[in-house]
Design a protein around this ligand. Structure first.
Ligand code: GLA
Length: 393
């Protein structure tokens, strides 16, 4: 975690959270927790098929200023929404009017379900992870909340268990049936690295982000629609495919085996399986390419991932396709694809350093002229996972 002094953006967020805390609770916070958003470089819609993913934590954060209470209340102020919510740790209910607080509630519920004794807390939340853009703003809030309880209630939780409990909160309390990728990388990200995560064994390896190129995020500003229902539908289609193939999960099939069994399933199920099985292969090839410093190969695999998500998995949309097309046409682009669940949100591109400034300007201009939407394009840094911001003043 960079100290707030080193990093102007984090410093501004920290000051905002600290002064809001002072105003709300009449006291200074004891700690400030920062949890990053994430971008997935490759390995999309593979996590819930027990497959491989390669995300990195990014330099956008959900920030929580926190302090302990002497009762069982959790009080939350969401600065960006100008809203408040509170709940008792004795009886954790959903808040239908302040749905944003169901992430914190769900995490408290999941931690308690694990037998952990939680202490009441005052919290102020602010975040610069854009909401609904596919950069895991909600996983950042979940993991920051788990970490906040860890710090104030003084219990140990390793990063993998923390990720699993946050996923449980999202699946069983919030009601979104996501895989493990987002909570895992937010919990365990490593500065300058992406993580290759095996979503079955939960083993992971840090892979350095290559030198001489930049990871550029382009936010289409098309907010994700349809995502929950279509996401659940894709999961079901994958489960049907695995059942027909007689395997525990699509992770257990090679592309060759899938092609041989094509006649056993309907065309739609085949396309869904084709995406997942080929994406798992691409992700492993992409890691080998990075280890061999072959960024050109890595970029080509990103491009192929986009085509597969667009045509076989059908989770792209016009705006994502336009942004990717603009990136592909730009000199210096090594590869570009949609990232996250799809149906809006962001793309991720790998761009040669020398061409990065031109990329940022030209791709934004082209996209805007084609869609009428004003995108946000920024070069991101791979960051550490959740941690405390040092408060030196
Ligand atoms: C969302 C989910 C993740 C993952 C991606 C698609 O971000 O939360 O678990 O399935 O979509 O790769």
């Amino acid at each position: 975690m960079p100290s707030a002094n080193e990093n102007a953006r984090l410093a501004a967020l920290t000051n905002r959270a600290r002064s809001a805390f002072q105003r709300a609770y009449g006291d200074a916070p004891t700690h400030v927790v920062a949890a990053p958003g994430r971008v997935n470089l490759i390995g999309e819609h593979t996590d819930y098929n027990d497959g491989f993913v390669l995300p990195a934590a990014i330099d956008r954060h959900a920030l929580m200023a926190i302090g302990p209470r002497n009762d069982n209340q959790v009080r939350i102020v969401a600065v960006d929404l100008n809203a408040r919510s509170s709940f008792s740790l004795d009886q954790i209910d959903h808040d239908q009017a302040n749905r944003w607080s169901n992430y914190q509630r769900g995490v408290a519920w999941a931690l308690q379900g694990e037998g952990l004794a939680l202490r009441g807390m005052n919290m102020v939340l602010t975040s610069d992870v854009p909401v609904g853009s596919g950069l895991s703003s909600s996983a950042a809030v979940e993991v920051a909340t788990a970490f906040a309880f860890q710090v104030l209630s003084e219990f140990e939780l390793n990063g993998v268990t923390r990720a699993l409990l946050c996923q449980k909160a999202e699946n069983d309390f919030v009601g979104m049936n996501c895989g493990i990728m987002d909570q895992f990388i937010v919990s365990l990200g490593s500065r300058g690295h992406a993580l290759l995560i095996d979503c079955r064994s939960l083993d992971y390896q840090a892979v350095p982000v290559p030198e001489g190129c930049s990871v550029v995020i382009c936010d289409t500003k098309k907010r994700r629609g349809l995502v929950d229902s279509e996401y659940n539908l894709r999961r079901q289609e994958c489960e049907r495919g695995a059942e027909i193939l007689g395997v525990r999960a699509l992770r257990d099939v090679t592309l060759e085996q899938l092609v041989q069994r094509r006649g056993a399933m309907d065309a739609l199920t085949y396309r869904r399986c084709h995406h997942v099985v080929s994406e798992n292969e691409r992700t492993q090839q992409a890691v080998s390419a990075l280890r061999n410093n072959d960024v050109a190969k890595f970029g080509k695999l990103m491009d192929a991932s986009h085509v597969s998500l667009r045509d076989d998995y059908q989770v792209s949309c016009l705006e994502l396709d336009e942004m990717v097309a603009a990136a592909w046409a730009q000199p210096g682009t090594l590869g570009s694809r949609m990232t996250g669940a799809g149906f809006g949100g962001c793309t991720v591109s790998l761009v040669e350093s020398a061409g990065t400034d031109a990329f940022v300007q030209d791709v934004a201009r082209t996209y805007q002229s084609r869609t009428g939407l004003r995108p946000e394009v920024y070069v991101c840094q791979a960051e550490d996972g959740v941690g405390l911001v040092s408060l030196t003043n």
